[in-house]
Design a protein around this ligand. Structure first.
Ligand code: NAI
Ligand code: A1CAB
Length: 272
C-alpha cells in the first residue's frame, strides 16, 4: 500500500489495529503515524514496539496523511475534528472507529466538505489479526474508498460491509463481543480453580477450548446449535451444565446484553 496512515488517538483500539497492520507488512511502518491527547510515555512505547512514527502535532500529522483513522473516544470526536478540520483537504479519506458516531455527523463537523468517511467497527482481536471488522460507507465514500478500507482491515482479520444503520447492532455484537467471551472465560477459570485445578492448568485447558470452538464455528458446516447438541449426551454432564444455564435464563441474558450494548451505541451517537 502506497499510503500514509495517521491515527488520531493512541489508545487500545489504535494499538490493536497498528499492531495488526505492522505485522501484516502492507506498508513501511514509518508510514504509520499516531498522535495522542497527552501521555508521551504511551507514544514512546508505541514507537519502540511497532517502529511507527509518533507526533505531537495532530494537524501536521493529518496534513501528512492520506488516510486518517479517528480512534478517539466518541465524546472526544467533536473537539478532535474541530482541531483538525482546517487541514482536511481533497484526497483525504477518514475512517472513524468511534462507537456510535454517524458519518453524517462527522461530515457536518468538518463543514460538509465532500470528504469520504468510512465508519468501521473492528475489535481488539485485530492485535492478532483476527478482528471481525464491519465497515459502512458514508455518503461521500465511493466503491474505491470502500475497497481500500476493506483491503486495509483485511490485513487484521475479516471485513464485512454493512449498511450504516446496522452499525449499532454490529457494535453490540462484534465490537463489544470479545469482552463477553472473556467474561465467560473468567468465570470458567474461577469455577475450575475453586474446584481444585491449578490456575495455569485451567487457563491452558479453557484457552484451547475457546480456540477449538472458534475453529469449529469457522470450518464446520454446522450451526452452533448442532455443534452444541453433539456434545450433549442424554442425561450427561453437558446437559446438566446447560440446564443450570437455562435455569438462570442464559439465552435471555445474552440477548439483553447484546441489545443493551447496541442501544448504548445509539446513545453515544446522540451525544449521551
Ligand atoms: N476498545 C475496543 O474494543 C474498541 C473501541 N472502539 C472505539 O475506538 C475508540 C477508541 O477506543 P479505545 O482505544 O478503547 O479508547 P482509549 O481511551 O484507549 O483511546 C483513545 C485515545 O484517544 C486520545 N485522544 C483523545 N482526543 C484526542 C485528540 N484530540 N487528539 C489525539 N488523541 C486524542 C486519548 O488520549 C486516548 O489515548 C472509541 O471511540 C471506541 O468506541 C471500536 C471498536 C472496539
Ligand atoms: O465499549 C466500547 O464503547 C467500545 C466500542 C466497542 C468495543 N468497545
Amino acid at each position: 500500500m502506497d499510503k500514509k496512515i495517521g491515527f488520531i488517538g493512541a489508545g487500545s483500539m489504535a494499538e490493536s489495529v497498528i499492531s495488526g497492520i505492522v505485522n501484516a507488512e502492507i506498508l513501511p511502518s514509518e508510514h504509520i503515524m499516531a498522535t495522542n491527547k497527552s501521555n508521551q510515555e504511551r507514544l514512546d512505547k508505541l514507537e519502540s514496539d511497532y517502529r511507527i512514527r509518533t507526533v505531537n502535532d495532530t494537524k501536521q500529522m493529518v496534513a501528512e496523511s492520506d488516510i486518517i483513522i479517528l480512534a478517539t473516544k466518541p465524546h472526544d470526536v467533536e473537539a478532535t475534528i474541530d482541531s483538525i478540520k482546517e487541514v482536511i483537504k481533497d484526497g483525504h479519506m477518514l475512517i472513524s472507529v468511534s462507537a456510535g458516531i454517524p458519518t453524517d455527523y462527522i461530515s457536518s463537523l468538518i463543514g460538509n466538505q465532500d470528504i469520504p468517511i468510512i465508519r468501521a467497527m473492528p475489535n481488539t482481536s485485530a492485535a492478532v489479526r483476527q478482528s471481525a471488522t464491519a465497515i459502512a460507507a458514508g455518503k461521500y465514500a465511493d466503491e474505491a474508498h470502500v475497497k481500500e478500507t476493506e483491503n486495509l482491515f483485511n490485513t487484521i482479520g475479516s471485513t464485512t460491509i454493512v449498511k450504516e444503520e446496522d452499525m449499532h447492532t454490529v457494535t453490540g455484537v462484534s465490537g463489544s463481543g470479545p469482552a463477553y467471551f472473556y467474561y465467560m472465560v473468567e468465570a470458567m477459570e474461577k469455577a475450575a480453580v475453586e474446584s481444585g485445578l491449578a490456575e495455569e492448568t485451567a487457563r491452558e485447558l479453557i484457552t484451547q477450548t475457546v480456540v477449538g470452538v472458534g475453529a469449529m464455528l469457522q470450518y464446520s458446516e454446522e450451526p452452533a446449535s448442532e455443534l452444541r447438541k453433539k456434545i450433549m449426551s442424554p442425561n450427561g454432564t453437558t446437559q446438566a451444565g446447560i440446564e443450570a444455564l437455562q435455569h438462570h435464563n442464559f439465552e435471555d441474558l445474552i440477548i439483553e446484553c447484546v441489545k443493551t450494548a447496541s442501544q448504548r451505541s445509539r446513545e453515544l451517537g446522540d451525544g449521551k
